[in-house]
Design a binder for this molecule. Sequence first.
Ligand SMILES: Nc1ncnc2c1ncn2[C@@H]1O[C@H](COP(=O)(O)OP(=O)(O)OP(=O)(O)O)[C@@H](O)[C@H]1O
Ligand SMILES: [Mg+2]
Length: 334
Amino acid sequence: MRQYQAVEETGMSINKKIRHIENTIVLSPSFKQAIAMIRECHERSKLTTEPKCMLLIGNTGYGKTTIANHYVGQYARVVSKDGTTVPVFYSMIPSNATIKGLACRLLEDLGDPLYDRGTTINMTSRLCRLIKECKVELIILDEFQHLIDRDSDRVLRSTADWLKDVLNRTKVPIVLMGMPNANSILTVNPQLMRRFANICELKAFNWNPVKERDDFLRFLIMIEKATFFPQPSILHSNEIALRIFCATKGVVSYIKKLISKAAEIAYVKNLDRVTTEALALAYNDELALSNTMSNPFLVDHENLNIPSLEQSFHNSSDAARHGGKRRVAEILRR
Ligand SMILES: Nc1ncnc2c1ncn2[C@@H]1O[C@H](COP(=O)(O)OP(=O)(O)OP(=O)(O)O)[C@@H](O)[C@H]1O
Ligand SMILES: [Mg+2]
């Protein structure tokens, strides 16, 4: 009863609390670095004759779209009687993008009511005109791996060339975001490659070196702050943090999913914090299907499966001399 009251004390419904966790964005060092690079392209291009473009790459769930939304959110669309101003224009490249399909998507997202009308040439001219009329200063195109044909794995060259033409005609800088394999789009197109020389690659958190672990622990602290429990869960303690790292491989979207679900379980059970048991249940619910390892919140230290560390440790001579038990014990001590 006391616990129940404590949870209720924050005055928020469980749904509201979960939404709050889901909406919490942590400005981690790599997040801030990506934002700074986007801003540099945006601002620098106002001074240069050639727009400064960039590539933001990262595997699924590493936070690319979140970064885009955060940046776009700082530059509101303004609709007035004189027209619409879109300082930062965000759009997603449709899969297996043809030139017409991409032109159509961009026109629609920019607000052209007749977005699917006209020939490709006509649509392209309208798009370039609209970009100027809306005073677009920066274009962010997400999912740029969609410029690779899904079936044949071949780069859709004509669409990539078209993108370069739009860039040349409008002189508005473009940020392309997508999966790391999308790099091949640039390698087959040297002209695009020259224009997208700035690359920012998002990585998952790591346990070692210590500097990277600190970023991970700080991330956990910030997410825990969003959970509103009367008692500290101390997710960043070495013991729990290592297990969270094993469960999520340091991937932001998995960390968020796990903690959000564990918090939900704890709210429903009227617990006063996120317990290891709640994390174990959340792992089963949210992550076990995509993993073959045993639940990291239920196994002993010695049996923890630490994939990336396993590899780096195996490479060292120390690993050759000592068994797995020593390995995990050392990792926890470091
Ligand atoms: N800095 C962050 N702080 C908190 N949560 C984050 C952060 N970055 C990403 N997330 C969360 O991770 C999840 C996945 O993020 P996002 O959709 O941005 O990834 P993505 O790289 O665009 O993935 P995909 O390639 O599949 O589109 C989202 O739920 C988002 O809220
Ligand atoms: Mg995305």
